[in-house]
Design a protein. Structure first.
Length: 231
């Protein structure tokens, strides 16, 4: 993975088409390394996640183009200086809980990059977040248990509503009230370079993500309930 990191580091300092064109071969090498890692990660997670095993995505359906969409952005840098794999049953556009691996070197503008693991649902459909809230209001202790079981991961709570959604005002547990206010539902963990550059990265990442299996199962049951039209 160091080859990928090094390419992204240099790209972040030379984010322009002439440089990229001159280093296209290095990009293709880095992409191949990352695609192989993603394929291995899909296989590793499938060993313990039944949802993924029954609907395995392809590498293409789990990764992203390096070319940026600059139409509505003030940042006119043509390329992303990061790579990510979002491993989700049915592919990254499916509504299910997924496992995201993010790799990004520190940026030239001073913004921190990093290697981050993410498990959850980003910008869930209204029916899915409603299903999740219904389940938490009834089985909130079970959800909190899945969060505690994910050792080393933190529940992301920066993207929240200011008040408890209508219909859930009677929930008294302060922890559950905060969870009901979440817009996205996910766990995150930051990895260091020593972890990133070691051997058997896909297996080690899978081992970390496995700590979130119960969290993922809880969310995917909420998705299934919503998709079945039971709301």
């Amino acid at each position: 993975m160091k080859r990928v990191y090094d390419f992204l580091f240099h790209l972040s300092r030379n984010n322009n088409k002439p440089w990229f064109d001159a280093h296209k071969a290095q990009y293709l090498e880095a992409k191949q390394v990352f695609d192989t890692f993603t394929s291995d990660l899909i296989d590793e997670i499938s060993k313990w996640d039944g949802y993924l095993a029954s609907n395995k995505p392809s590498v293409k359906d789990s990764t992203y183009r390096i070319y940026r969409d600059m139409r509505f952005s003030r940042d006119k840098s043509p390329y992303k200086s990061r790579m990510g794999a979002f491993v989700v049953p049915g592919g990254k556009k499916a509504p299910y809980c997924g496992y995201y691996f993010h790799l990004e070197p520190p940026q030239k503008n001073g913004l921190l990059g990093g290697c981050i693991l993410y498990v959850g649902i980003y910008q869930p459909d209204p029916k899915i977040i409603a299903s999740f809230r219904d389940e938490v209001s009834v089985n909130g202790d079970a959800f909190l248990k899945t969060v505690r079981k994910a050792k080393g991961f933190d529940l992301y709570q920066d993207n929240m509503y200011r008040r408890v959604p209508a219909g859930f005002e009677n929930v008294e547990n302060p922890q559950l009230r905060k969870i009901l206010m979440l817009k996205d539902v996910n766990l995150t963990k930051v990895l260091d370079k020593d972890f990133l550059f070691g051997d058997n990265l896909a297996k080690r990442v899978s081992s970390e993500l496995k700590k979130c299996r119960d969290f993922s199962v809880f969310l995917n049951r909420c998705v299934d309930y919503a998709l079945e039209g039971n709301l």
